[in-house]
Design a protein. Structure first.
Length: 75
């Protein structure tokens, strides 16, 4: 619902992307990654967006990208 109100909300995209990767029955990692990538693109200064991007990529089994995302706010 939040995305239908504002599809450019980096916080909503981050949370929904992570939740999709975490709780989806069909393990829709592609959609989850698209959402968290878009969140970071919208607000590259958001440590929250980078953190949830990292956790989403970890759940998707892409550990190198997860580490890069979790390290990004500290670079």
């Amino acid at each position: 619902m939040a995305l239908s109100i504002d599809g450019n909300d980096d916080v909503a995209l981050s949370i929904l992307g992570w939740a999709t990767a975490s709780f989806s029955d069909d393990d829709d990692y592609d959609t989850a990654r698209e959402m968290v990538d878009r969140a970071v693109a919208l607000n590259a200064n958001s440590a929250f967006a980078w953190e949830l991007r990292g956790f989403t990529y970890e759940l998707a089994g892409q550990l190198e990208e997860a580490i890069r995302s979790l390290s990004a706010p500290f670079d």
